[in-house]
Design a binder for this molecule. Structure first.
Ligand SMILES: NC(=O)c1ccc[n+]([C@@H]2O[C@H](COP(=O)([O-])OP(=O)(O)OC[C@H]3O[C@@H](n4cnc5c(N)ncnc54)[C@H](O)[C@@H]3O)[C@@H](O)[C@H]2O)c1
Length: 333
């Protein structure tokens, strides 16, 4: 199959590297409104460079469009790609507003589209999810998800779309910690409601979006605490902990620990997978992209399609709605 990428910034290199490693896929083209970025892709990966998505779709034959552009462009570009008869694999977040979600829900297409929630493919998450599903850990009592990363003013000034509500849609949640929120949903099941609050602690007057989000999420069987901030001094692995009757499952990126009630501790052996990008982006990009292509070839559902990510999308939009209104938002679909 032939792939094309729109948006040749930081994450696009991870997509190109994954495509390069997956047998049977060729990167045919790349487009960016900054022509030197698309040219750089031509030099590095041998693909044809374009200066817009429109031009690339008009001139190039390919099967899958990878969307690696700023948040506000994901839905319009996904829509445009489907209208031009290609499958679409989009970076997160799937949407930045309720209106965009309604637009996605109204799409009727024979083509496939899905989203990059690559951390669901981390071996630590897969093994933890199997353990929870097996019942061996006992009933889930509660959970917490904590992300403490560092994003200073230069991170926002180097890419103008970041830090603005209109183009990024939010900050620490929608950009940096949506994966951790998604993993809580992936591990705990359907979220019922959320209460959340946002702060801008360290970049006042520089960004419009939050650098910190805290939330209380009610799931069917248990509740979760969520805290995400980009005002920390370092990028440390996100922590996810699920407290169960028999043990607590602790996941820190690639490491998995079982803390039993009697005090003994186990670290189950996990396959090691190399991260293609920054370590704190996780190691799942290649597996996630490969699964998207295989789902097309095998004519089966891709797990991170719209139904497969709807609970996370509604929870994320609910968190922002709650932060704005100060009340609890029911998120059940
Ligand atoms: N899954 C992950 O772990 C992960 C990690 C980092 C970024 N991301 C996501 O990837 C996306 C891009 O992030 P980034 O950090 O690479 O941003 P970036 O600013 O480095 O790159 C975005 C690129 O899109 C280009 N662009 C903007 N408007 C365009 C248009 N109309 N047509 C074509 N190109 C256009 C820009 O010129 C830029 O080169 C975001 O949605 C971000 O949330 C995901």
């Amino acid at each position: 199959m032939r792939a094309a990428i729109v948006g040749c910034g930081s994450i696009a290199h991870v997509h190109a590297a994954a495509i390069d490693e997956i047998p049977g896929i060729t990167l045919a083209a790349a487009a960016d409104i900054i022509p030197e970025r698309a040219e750089e892709f031509h030099r590095q990966y041998g693909c044809t460079a374009y200066s817009s998505l429109e031009e690339m779709l008009a001139q190039e034959k390919f099967d899958v469009l990878h969307i690696c552009t700023p948040h506000y462009l994901h839905v319009p570009m996904l829509h445009y790609g489907l209208e031009h008869d290609v499958h679409v694999f989009s970076e997160k977040p799937p949407v930045i507003s309720k209106e965009q979600l309604l637009e996605l829900q109204g799409l009727h297409t024979e083509k496939r589209f899905g989203f990059c929630f690559q951390n669901r493919y981390n071996p630590s998450i897969r093994v933890a999810r199997e353990l929870l599903a097996s019942g061996q850990a006992g009933k889930v009592l509660g959970a917490r998800g904590i992300v403490t990363w560092s994003r200073d003013a230069s991170y926002y000034t180097e890419s103008g779309w970041r830090g603005r509500l209109e183009t990024e849609g939010g900050g620490a949640l929608i950009n940096q910690s949506i994966h951790t929120m998604d993993l809580l949903v992936y591990l705990l099941g359907k979220p019922l409601s959320i209460e959340a609050a946002t702060q801008n602690h360290h970049l006042k007057g520089i960004i419009e979006v939050e650098d910190t989000m805290e939330a209380y999420i009610r799931f069917a069987g248990a509740n979760a605490l969520f805290y995400a901030s980009t005002a920390y001094c370092d990028n440390v692995p996100p922590l996810i902990e699920v407290a169960c009757e028999n043990l607590t499952v602790r996941i820190e990126d690639q490491s998995l620990t079982y803390l039993y009630r009697d005090g003994h501790i186990e670290n189950p052996e996990l396959p090691s997978v190399k991260a293609l990008g920054k370590n704190y982006w996780g190691s799942g990009h290649k597996s996630c992209i490969e699964d998207f292509y295989h789902s097309i070839a095998e004519n089966r559902r891709f797990p991170q399609d719209l139904p497969g990510t709807l609970d996370t999308i509604r929870l994320m939009l609910g968190a922002y709605a709650s932060a704005r209104s100060g009340g609890e938002i029911v998120t059940i679909s």
